[in-house]
Every structure is written in structure tokens, then in C-alpha cells.
Design a protein around this ligand. Structure first.
Ligand code: ADE
Ligand code: ZN
Length: 338
């Protein structure tokens, strides 16, 4: 292992773009399918893995929604979340800001509170046992209606203390941010922090829309902002963090090879780029694998890696005191490792 590879594995870092349902490993999917008597289209773990061949976002989403259908009880959501957090402890992730998709569960008859309670209990236990801090972000599915998003927001109000933010995910093309302008405004009035996926498959225009119509504090992905120099300059000057996901972009064919990933160009344009895993079980790697992929594919220097890791805290929703402590901890690691 090179020195930079070891530096990546051992450095403290935050993960800011992670769908908890996208951490469902095939082994757990098979086990839960049997326990919960859910029929899967696959006969084995190998068959599940073999099905993970995607040429666009929708190919993945179809399997992602099928996969999450095995999650039924609060314990299932706890076990799913716990497995991810144990991985975080292993990978020196000290802070997580994770998404969940309540509509992916309520639509098939699993109560909002069942999913939420399982996830929350695992997050709290990981804080106590591993010292990993967290924020939980609830996403609206953008292929569903505005009315359904309002219903989901109403359900979230009973869990105001556990849910920190509201996001927007699922099929991007054909579902511009403006469709959710009113429900995002209501979420802001209720005190939720706002984020949205934009510019993953959709055009730079959708990144504009997320910033101006939805008033988000952070953009998830944001790759296609690179097509609009004025927008990129704005994102850099306002220090709006982009939560980029290199292995996801490769597996969903947003790029043909890692050397085409926009992270380096954006970093060098002064954008607050962060590196994340999105749906690691489906895309072949957790957060450290994403750092390794981008390090190799874009020939990044140790300074680039340090900036990315510092950005993971700067772009987080930790408060200023917590950010300073996290950055001091990172700098102490960096000084002792270099
Ligand atoms: N849901 C889970 N992963 C997603 C992604 N990368 N883009 C949009 N919706 C998602
Ligand atoms: Zn995502």
C-alpha cells in the first residue's frame, strides 16, 4: 500500500452523501427476504451481484426499490444501519449525514416510524459506542407527486427531533427542482435544513433550480454544473459544498472512466468538493474506496486528499465549534502521518 493510500484509510473523515437503503448488501438482502417471506427475483447472492449492471440512474433505481422491499421490521432497519456504521468505524469516518427514503417504505405499507426508529436507534448506539456523530436527512422521491411529498413532510413533523434535514432524490430527468418548490419552502419554515440531488443526470439548469427555487444549502452530486462556468464560479464563491460520488458516477455511466471525473477540475476551480459513497452496496465500494478511486483516476496529490477530507467537515452541518474540533483532529492526524 502506498503512503497516500494508507493516509486515506486512516484519516478522519465525514460522509455526507449516503442512502442507508443503498448499503443493503446482497447477503443481508437474502437473509431478510427469507425471514420476512419476501419474494426476490434472485436465487442467490451471486445472482444479486450479477444483476448490478447499470447504464443509467433508472436501471439502478429499479433494483434499489426492489432490494429495499425486504426491510420490514424496526430491527431490519436497525441491523441495516448498524452494519453501515460498523463499516464507518472501520474506515475512520467520524461523522455521517445519511439519507433515508421514507416513501420507499410507506408506499409498501411499512410505517414511517418503523423505518425511522430502527435507523435512529442504530445512529444513537454508534454515537455511544464508536463516537460517530450524525445528522439524518429525509428525502422526497422526485418521481412521486408534490402532494405525496407534503404528506411525507406531515409525517416527519411527529419526529422533528430525529430528522435534521430534507433532501430530494430518485429519477432526476423530467422532475426538475421547481416541482418541489412549495414543499421545500414548507420544510424550511418547519426548520429543516435543505439539500437536493441535482446535476447527476440532469442539466446545470437543475443545479440553478435547486439553489434558487429550493434554496438548498448543499448540492448532492452537482457534476453537470461544470457545463456552466458562471454557475461554477457562484458555487465556488459561495462555498456551496458538492457531495460527489465517484464510484456511483462510474457505475451509472455518468462518466466512462475515472479519469473523466469532474472532481479535480472543480477542486482546482475552488469548489468545496467532498467525496462520498452514495449507495456503496450497489456501486462497489464504501467511502475509502471512493477516495482511492479518485486518487488513482485523477492522479491526485496528498494536498488534494487533505483538502477533500477537510471539505467533508467544512461542508457538513456540524456547528462551528464541532467543525473546528473535527478539523483540529484532522490536522493533528495529518501532522503525525506526514
Ligand atoms: N437514490 C439512491 N441513490 C440515488 C442517486 N444516486 N441518485 C438519485 N436517487 C438516488
Ligand atoms: Zn445519492
Amino acid at each position: 500500500m502506498t503512503n497516500i493510500a494508507r493516509f486515506i484509510d486512516e484519516m478522519p473523515k465525514a460522509e455526507l452523501h449516503l442512502h442507508i437503503e443503498g448499503t443493503l448488501e446482497p447477503e443481508m438482502m437474502m437473509t431478510l427476504a427469507k425471514c420476512n417471506d419476501v419474494e426476490l427475483a434472485y436465487g442467490s447472492v451471486d445472482e444479486i451481484r450479477a444483476a448490478y449492471q447499470f447504464s443509467k440512474l433508472q436501471d439502478f433505481l429499479d433494483l434499489y426499490y426492489q432490494g429495499m422491499s425486504v426491510l420490514i421490521t424496526e430491527q431490519d432497519f436497525f441491523d441495516l444501519t448498524w452494519a453501515y456504521l460498523a463499516k464507518c468505524a472501520d474506515e475512520n469516518v467520524t461523522h455521517v449525514e445519511i439519507f433515508f427514503d421514507p416513501q420507499g417504505h410507506t408506499e409498501r405499507g411499512v410505517a414511517f416510524s418503523t423505518a425511522l426508529n430502527g435507523i435512529t436507534k442504530a445512529l444513537e448506539q454508534a454515537e455511544a459506542e464508536f463516537g460517530i456523530s450524525h445528522k439524518l436527512i429525509m428525502c422526497f422521491l422526485r418521481h412521486l407527486s408534490e402532494e405525496q411529498a407534503f404528506e411525507t413532510l406531515a409525517q416527519a413533523m411527529a419526529h422533528r427531533d430525529e430528522i435534521f434535514g430534507v433532501g430530494l432524490d430518485s429519477s432526476e430527468l423530467g422532475h426538475p427542482p421547481e416541482k418541489f418548490e412549495r414543499v421545500f419552502k414548507a420544510a424550511a419554515e418547519a426548520g429543516f435544513v435543505l439539500v437536493a440531488h441535482a446535476g447527476e443526470e440532469g442539466p446545470a439548469e437543475y443545479v440553478h433550480g435547486a439553489l434558487d427555487s429550493l434554496n438548498v444549502a448543499r448540492i448532492d452530486h452537482g457534476n453537470n454544473a461544470l457545463d456552466d462556468p458562471a454557475l461554477l464560479e457562484r458555487i465556488a464563491s459561495e462555498q456551496i459544498a458538492l457531495t460527489m460520488c465517484p464510484l456511483s458516477n462510474l457505475r451509472l455511466c455518468a462518466i466512462d472512466k475515472m479519469s473523466e471525473h469532474p472532481a479535480r477540475a472543480m477542486l482546482e476551480a475552488g469548489v468545496r468538493v467532498t467525496i462520498n459513497s452514495d449507495d456503496p452496496s450497489y456501486f462497489g465500494g464504501y467511502v475509502n474506496a471512493n477516495y482511492h478511486a479518485i486518487h488513482q483516476g485523477l492522479d491526485l496529490s496528498l494536498d488534494h486528499i487533505k483538502t477533500l477530507a477537510r471539505n467533508s467537515y467544512l461542508g457538513s452541518f456540524l456547528n462551528e465549534t464541532e467543525k473546528r474540533a473535527a478539523l483540529n483532529n484532522f490536522d493533528a492526524y495529518s501532522a503525525s502521518a506526514s
